[in-house]
Write a protein that binds this ligand. Structure first.
Ligand SMILES: *[C@@H]1O[C@H](CO)[C@@H](O)[C@H](O)[C@H]1NC(C)=O
Ligand SMILES: CC(=O)N[C@H]1CO[C@H](CO)[C@@H](O)[C@@H]1O
Length: 567
């Protein structure tokens, strides 16, 4: 990474905190951004705080996508930033939008970064504190007003007295401080709120003149509620934090919390509903519900509320106990409600479902108004009818990302997959078929196994037809070394492909693996460590070298594979 002269100088400037009183006063506003970036990269919380407190722009954005090699903002720096924003509220800070969307979360982030759960908790505390601070400031203002008023009164009284006692006596030093006191108070107050007042005045004027303005409504709301700064972030709420989040969302103070992506874990339908009720309607783009026992009826109950968020385009449900048992009374109706509720999500483009047991019901789940771009159906026990439906559905030709991992594919279903891939050949960029029981022709044994053995050979031509495929994950499939070589030879012929997660070939496992191992057996069974694995990877690298594909990254390491790292 080549650093610009500005960023090199900025690092130098923020490196010495004792010098900040000198430069803070005179630094031009264009340099705040590079200085703040430098303060974050060299982990200078004090500098972060000083810059944020005097932030000269309306928007301050931290987070977003990081380039490779860029580290996530440090926890102390984020904390300093939040404190400074609260302090800046009573100053002449111009900030109106603090955008923290996309900060790496607790689990995804490396080192001492802050995001996800801790960030959510910190933000909620900040919102509540800001309200308390706002109330204190108001009290102080009132107190100051009262003092000023009584000073004026006293002055009037004095004048009156003086008038009465004409020429009797010269007033002594005490009263000499008369108007200077008033003057100082008035002036101080004037400076403090002047920018904010100008903002509010401007808003009032534009509201009066009725200028067509998309944000007009928000601004009017702000005027009514005295919101000074909107804080946008991705929120992560679980059983330990929902009360605090609830409190922050229901607080009306100078900071207003807005959510872009909401992730909730282990909380009930009623609590999820109460949180959603409090969220501003405009900003929510996605919701991710995990490990909550929603059941089909609970989800059906939630969907009408979700449809009130006009920009919602992503829904993820992981382990939400959505098992469909026809024998249970009311299940058919609940499923119908669910299907109707999903159909009301007009902007939905991304649907991710993990571990639901709704075999044969995919049509009910995917009867959406808009074709999907991202579809993840992991551990779903999809039936042949489900996959046949998917391959003919209106989603097939728009899918950019498909994950069917851990669904067992057999000869019949594989034909549907091939049809699906040919439909999606000009849109599909990321495909994952890990743990799908894909085999190659080397599997011997009984007749049933031999038919299955064709799987990979059947699939390869369809995969090869995907013209824009960038990542392909095929881990944990029982493939031999010969099958793997076949796969990699196909992969190097795909010019757009950048990452391949390949399965460890059966030969690389220690002896004793069953004939047709399941994906969990492939995951748990010990590999024949050192020699075999490096032999395999050398062989594959050789194919890459011969075909001059240094741009293609091959790995068998599940933990080392990240499709999102491909730009
Ligand atoms: C389905 O929706 C209707 C109307 O909203 C509701 O009365 C009914 O209880 C729901 N059924 C189930 C099983 O959730
Ligand atoms: C600024 C101002 O008006 N100050 C007045 C304070 O009171 C003395 C006498 O009491 C006046 O001489 C000053 O003009």
């Amino acid at each position: 990474m080549v650093l610009s002269l500005v960023s090199l100088c900025a690092r130098e400037v923020v490196s010495d905190h004792s010098s900040s009183p000198c430069w803070l006063r005179c630094v031009p506003r264009e340099l705040f951004r590079p200085l703040l970036e430098a303060a974050f990269t060299s982990c200078r919380p004090l500098a972060v705080g000083e810059l944020a407190q005097r932030w000269p722009e309306r928007t301050l954005r931290i987070g977003g996508r990081r380039k490779r090699g860029q580290t996530a903002p440090n926890r102390l720096c984020i904390q300093a930033l939040l404190l400074a924003v609260v302090r800046g509220l009573s100053d002449q800070c111009a900030l109106q939008v603090l955008d923290l969307c996309g900060l790496p979360g607790d689990d995804g982030g490396m080192g001492d970064s802050m995001g996800g759960w801790s960030l959510t908790v910190a933000l909620c505390s900040m919102v509540v504190q800001a309200r308390a601070a706002g109330q204190r400031a108001q009290r102080k203002d009132r107190e100051r007003e009262r003092k000023r008023f009584s000073a004026l009164e006293r002055q009037k009284d004095l004048k009156r007295e003086r008038g009465q006692l004409k020429r009797e006596k010269e007033p002594n030093g005490d009263e000499a401080s008369n108007d200077t006191l008033v003057g100082v108070l008035g002036e101080e107050e004037l400076i403090k709120g002047v920018r904010r007042r100008m903002e509010i005045q401007r808003k009032k004027e534009s509201a009066l003149t009725g200028v067509a303005d998309t944000t007009k409504e928000n601004e009017e709301n702000d005027l009514r509620s005295n919101v000074l700064v909107h804080v946008r972030a991705d929120l992560f709420v679980n059983a330990r934090s929902w009360e605090r989040v609830h409190m922050a969302l229901s607080t009306s103070g100078p900071l207003k919390l807005q959510c872009r992506y909401l992730r909730v874990e282990e909380i009930s339908v009623s609590i999820i509903k109460s949180l959603l009720d409090l969220l501003p309607r405009q900003g929510l783009l996605g919701i991710d519900v995990r490990y909550s026992s929603l059941r089909v009826a609970g989800l059906a109950e939630l969907l009408p509320l979700l449809s009130t968020f006009p920009a919602l385009n992503s829904l993820r449900l992981h382990y939400c106990n959505l098992n469909f048992r026809r024998v249970h009374p009311g299940q058919e109706e609940a499923l119908k409600n669910l299907s109707q509720g999903l159909a009301q999500l007009h902007e939905l483009q991304s649907l991710s479902l993990t571990a639901l047991h709704l075999p044969g019901q995919l049509r009910a789940l995917l009867s959406l108004p808009k074709p999907l771009e991202i579809l993840e159906l992991l551990y779903l026990s999809l039936s042949p009818a489900d996959l046949a439906y998917l391959s003919c559905s209106h989603h097939a030709s728009t899918l950019q990302q498909l994950d069917l991992s851990e669904n067992h594919l057999n000869e019949n279903t594989l034909l549907s997959i091939c049809r699906l891939l040919s439909q999606a050949s000009s849109s599909m960029q990321h495909l994952s078929l890990s743990g799908c029981g894909l085999t190659d022709t080397l599997l011997g044994g009984c007749q049933a196994l031999r038919t299955l053995a064709l799987a990979l050979n059947l699939l390869l031509p369809s995969l090869g037809g995907c013209q824009v495929l960038r990542t392909l994950a095929l881990a944990l499939n029982p493939v031999s070394m010969a099958g793997l070589m076949e796969l990699v030879r196909m992969a190097v012929r795909m010019p757009s492909l950048r990452q391949l997660l390949y399965p460890n070939p059966l030969e690389d496992y220690q002896p004793g693996l069953p004939d047709l191992p399941s994906s969990s057996q492939l995951l748990d069974w010990p590999l024949d460590e050192a020699t075999a694995i490096s032999r395999t990877s050398n062989q594959l690298s050789q194919v890459l070298i011969e075909s001059r594909r240094s741009d293609l990254f091959l790995t068998c390491d599940l933990l080392n594979y990240d499709k999102d790292s491909v730009e």
